[in-house]
Structure formats: C-alpha cells, structure tokens
Design a protein around this ligand. Structure first.
Ligand SMILES: NC(=O)c1ccc[n+]([C@@H]2O[C@H](COP(=O)([O-])OP(=O)(O)OC[C@H]3O[C@@H](n4cnc5c(N)ncnc54)[C@H](OP(=O)(O)O)[C@@H]3O)[C@@H](O)[C@H]2O)c1
Length: 342
C-alpha cells in the first residue's frame, strides 16, 4: 500500500459525504463528550434563548471561553449565570449585538480583542407576519439573519485568521433552516419592493443566504485555515422563534412537521439540547477537519436535492443554496450593502 498522497486526500474529502455516527436524537452532551476546548475562544450570537443558549452551554462545558452576543443584555446575563452555574466554567461573557443595526455590529467587532476560534452565527427571526423594514429600507429577516451576520463575520475575519494557528482551524457555523427550501435569493427583489411580501419566502431567502455565506466564506478563507459550514437544527418548539406567528399559523406549521414525520417515518420535534447538537458537532468535531461549504442536518451532511424538489415535503439542501455563483453574487451584494452604511 502506498503512502497517502495529500492530493488524494483533498479529492476524497471534496467528494465524500460526512457521516458522523450521530443522528437526529443525539444531544449536545453526546457530541461534546471527550471534546476539549480549553483555550478556544468562541462567540455564539442569539445565545440568550433557545438553541443558542444550549450551544453556548455545550461549548462552555467543553472548556471554551464563550461570548454570548445578544441584543438583550439583561437576558444575556441571566443566560450567562445559568451557563456558569451548570458548567462550572466562569469564562462566559456577554456582549451587546443587534444584528439589525450595523452600528451595533461595528461596535461589537471593534470591541473584540485577540483571536477567535469559533463563530456560531445562530441568532435569527422568523416569518414576521407583516413586512418590517430597517431604517435602511431592508427587509428585516434578510437584514438580521443575513446582512448583520455578514457584517459580523467579515468584521471578525482577522480575529478568525489569528485563531487558525496550525494546531486547529478556526470555524464558522451558520444556522440555516429547512425553511431555505422555500426560496432562493431573489437578487432582483431582495426586499419585496416589486412583489407581495410573504413571511415564508422572506424567511426562506434569508436562510438560503445563511448557507451561501458559509459556501463563499469557505471558498475565500479556507487557505487561511478558516472553514465554514451551514446547519439545519431540526424542528424545536421550545424556543422563542415562533413569537411572530399567530396561534393558527403556528398550529399549521407544527402539523406540517408532524405530517412530514409520519410520511417519512423520521424524527419529529427535538428538544433544545438535540436541536443544538448539529451546531456543536459541526463546530467541534475532528471528523470535519478541513471540511467546509457544506450543509448539515441531524448531525450529518445532508443530501443535495434535485432542482425540481417539492419544498413542503423535501428534506436536504437545495442546489441553489450551494451554488458557488450565487454565493459569490450574494457576497458582492452584501459587501455593497454594508459599505454603503457609512
Ligand atoms: N427552532 C426551530 O425549530 C428552528 C428550525 C430551523 C432553524 N432554526 C434557526 O435556529 C436559530 C436559533 O433559533 P431558536 O429556535 O433558538 O429561536 P430563538 O429562541 O428565538 O432564538 C433566536 C435568538 O436570536 C436573537 N435575535 C433576534 N433578532 C436579533 C437581532 N436583531 N440581533 C441580535 N440577536 C437577535 C434573539 O434575541 P432576542 O431574544 O433579543 O429577540 C434570540 O436570542 C435561528 O437562526 C433559526 O432560524 C430554528
């Protein structure tokens, strides 16, 4: 047997699907077992509730220094106390970050000092019933879920590059959703100026953007030791994400999840600790060393769907969300949006 050729290894990892041995039922405690993050510096956005708080808890339990990047700092402080108490790790801090306000993102970036090893872009808003715009006239889900995270990620590039120290890469994890199947990026009308606003198309577009950010960040930055992947956490109802939905709409969404589960025989609702498992695994597992530009769900790499998939029933990642041309185009659009905010 000849020695492994590094080029072969590259080709193999490019094409091989990642199967980790974990699954839909795995929790943060399963995937973080045996992981040592001592000395690793991490940021989790939206870590004052839901999946974010459990993601932060797992990283802290593994010994990382954790920054909870939140817009409600009082809620962030309560989460930090809870995480310190439950893990014994005192290195849990709170920083103010409002992703819908690029001034706030800039202030957060400027205040960050030193290297960064893990950035978990977790915060998000979903399906606002009526269109809401930022003061720049940007649709709020696209502005919060994507543009704010784009500004944060690019602003922290140098810290991530400094965190990639040869021993281990720096990683970005981008929280998407199976909701991305509802919409590609509609480049000609991102903010619904020329078409009727639809809460799910707007959420879907923003969640496609989360995948494309990982694709392009990985393409640009992997030579510097920074990898980026996207995840769908699953369906978790014990979070605040559905706060903008009426009880009727909420019931309809949950019954769709139940129907999909019955049809596929798959897994239904997850607990928060199960929902955060894919983020934590993708952030920390050596099985993903050097891997990027991919989409994971239920702790494994997801299948790429055929172009004619049915959004209501499909499960996997849409081809448009992994498309390198879309990723490059979105990056350029986002750079222009962020640059024009003075
Ligand atoms: N739960 C699910 O079934 C599910 C499914 C697929 C994908 N996801 C994704 O998972 C991620 C976490 O969601 P979750 O279910 O844990 O919901 P959640 O409990 O509502 O958490 C979302 C977090 O985002 C924060 N956030 C919202 N707008 C923000 C802004 N402008 N600036 C900074 N932070 C902001 C929220 O902070 P405030 O409390 O201050 O509003 C909250 O802490 C989201 O990206 C979501 O799209 C969730």
């Amino acid at each position: 047997m000849r020695a492994a050729d590094p080029d072969d290894t590259d080709r193999m990892t490019e094409n091989t699907m990642i199967h980790t041995g974990f699954g839909a039922e795995s929790t943060i405690w399963d995937v973080v077992e045996g992981v040592d993050l001592s000395g690793r510096r991490t940021i989790v956005t939206g870590a004052s509730s839901g999946i974010g708080i459990e993601t932060a808890r797992a990283l802290a339990a593994a010994g990382a220094e954790v920054m909870l990047a939140v817009r409600d700092t009082a809620a962030g402080e309560r989460a930090a106390v809870d995480i310190r108490d439950s893990t014994g790790n005192q290195a849990v801090r709170v920083g103010r970050l409002d992703l819908a306000d690029l001034g706030s993102v800039r202030a957060f970036v400027v205040a960050w000092e030193g290297p960064l090893h893990l950035l978990i872009n977790n915060a998000g808003v979903m399906a606002l019933a009526t269109p809401e715009l930022t003061d720049r006239g940007w649709e709020l889900q696209f502005a919060t879920n994507h543009v704010g995270h784009f500004a944060l990620t690019t602003g922290l590039h140098d810290a991530l590059a400094a965190g990639a120290d040869g021993d281990a890469e720096a990683r970005i994890v981008s929280l998407s959703s199976r909701g991305h199947l509802r919409s590609p990026i509609v480049f000609d009308d991102v903010h619904f100026d020329q078409r009727p606003y639809d809460p799910w198309l707007a959420y879907g577009q923003s969640k496609t953007a989360n995948v494309l950010l990982a694709v392009e960040a990985h393409r640009r930055w992997s030579p510097e030791g920074i990898t980026a992947n996207a995840v769908h956490p699953g369906a978790i109802y014990e979070t605040n994400l559905s706060r903008h939905m009426s009880p009727d709409v909420l019931e309809r969404v949950w019954s769709q999840v139940r129907e999909r589960q019955q049809r596929s025989g798959g897994f239904g609702f997850k607990t928060r600790e199960q929902g955060a498992a894919t983020s934590v695994l993708v952030a920390t597992s050596h099985q993903l060393d050097g891997i990027g530009g991919r989409y994971f769900e239920d702790c494994n790499q997801a299948q790429v769907l055929p172009p004619d998939f049915t959004p209501e029933t499909a499960s996997g990642v849409a081809p448009y969300a992994l498309d390198p041309e879309n990723a490059a185009r979105l990056w350029e659009l986002s750079e222009r949006m962020v640059a024009n905010t003075g």
